[in-house]
Ligand binder design. Structure first.
Ligand SMILES: C[S@@+](CC[C@H](N)C(=O)[O-])C[C@H]1O[C@@H](n2cnc3c(N)ncnc32)[C@H](O)[C@@H]1O
Length: 207
């Protein structure tokens, strides 16, 4: 019989590989709603909900009938929280990564959330041109480049209802770019929250 491993002894490669194949599985209480998430390695923040995502969710005001959009949903913490906060609205969740989309859809089903629509899309590219939202939220991908971010912000404007709002969280180093681009596209910018590492910014599509 193999003796039990002393806890300080490092796991073998085979054991680590086997462990990495297992989904992560954790619960988080987001804006008062307990949600259970499965994720996998390679997705953003697979062990726990990211600090920037938590900051964004705490900063946003959500009406119960809001139609919402989660740009870059990952395994779903933002969109699924929005869907819970706005049970009379519909929340769209998109990601360009099919693995993220599969996990987000599975997490929606596992949490019995049926007012979320999860789909593969390069930002708004697969969203019908006439579709409008009251809220667009994103923990923006940091490494896609300013050109792609500018397109995301411009397309968010086009898909917002009058008085609709775009909220984003970024690492604080991107704050100036976000401020400048929100001003250019929306004509306004508000710094909603500033932490040590992250900043939440908001712009409103004025009627
Ligand atoms: C910072 S992560 C946030 C993930 C998730 N919303 C969260 O808070 O845990 C950014 C996400 O944006 C996705 N993404 C990057 N470029 C994208 C694009 N052009 N269109 C849609 N999603 C994109 C990435 O795949 C990633 O899942």
């Amino acid at each position: 019989m193999t003796p039990p491993r002393a806890s300080a002894e490092p796991a073998s490669l085979a054991e680590r590989i086997e462990a990495y194949r297992q989904d992560t599985d954790f619960t988080a209480t987001l804006r008062g709603h307990a949600l259970r998430f499965h994720a996998t390695w390679g997705l953003f923040s697979p062990r726990e909900v990211d600090e920037g995502t938590l900051m964004l969710l705490e900063a946003v005001e959500v009406a119960p009938d809001a139609d919402c959009f989660d740009l870059g949903c990952g395994y779903g913490p933002i969109g699924l929280t929005l869907a819970r906060l706005a049970p009379q609205g519909k929340t769209w969740m998109v990601d360009r990564d099919f693995v993220a989309v599969e996990y987000a859809a599975a997490n929606a089903a596992a949490n019995r959330i049926d007012n979320a629509h999860v789909m593969l899309s390069n930002a708004f590219a697969a969203v019908p041109a006439e579709q409008r939202f009251d809220l667009v939220l994103s923990n923006l991908p940091a490494k896609v480049g300013n050109e792609a971010l500018t397109l995301m912000i411009a397309d968010a404007y086009e898909h917002l209802n009058p008085d609709g709002r775009l909220y984003v969280v970024t690492i604080s180093g991107m704050r100036r770019f976000i401020e400048r681009t929100f001003e250019e596209v929306f004509g306004n910018y508000e710094k909603v929250k500033q932490g040590r590492q992250h900043t939440v910014g908001m712009a409103e599509r004025r009627a």
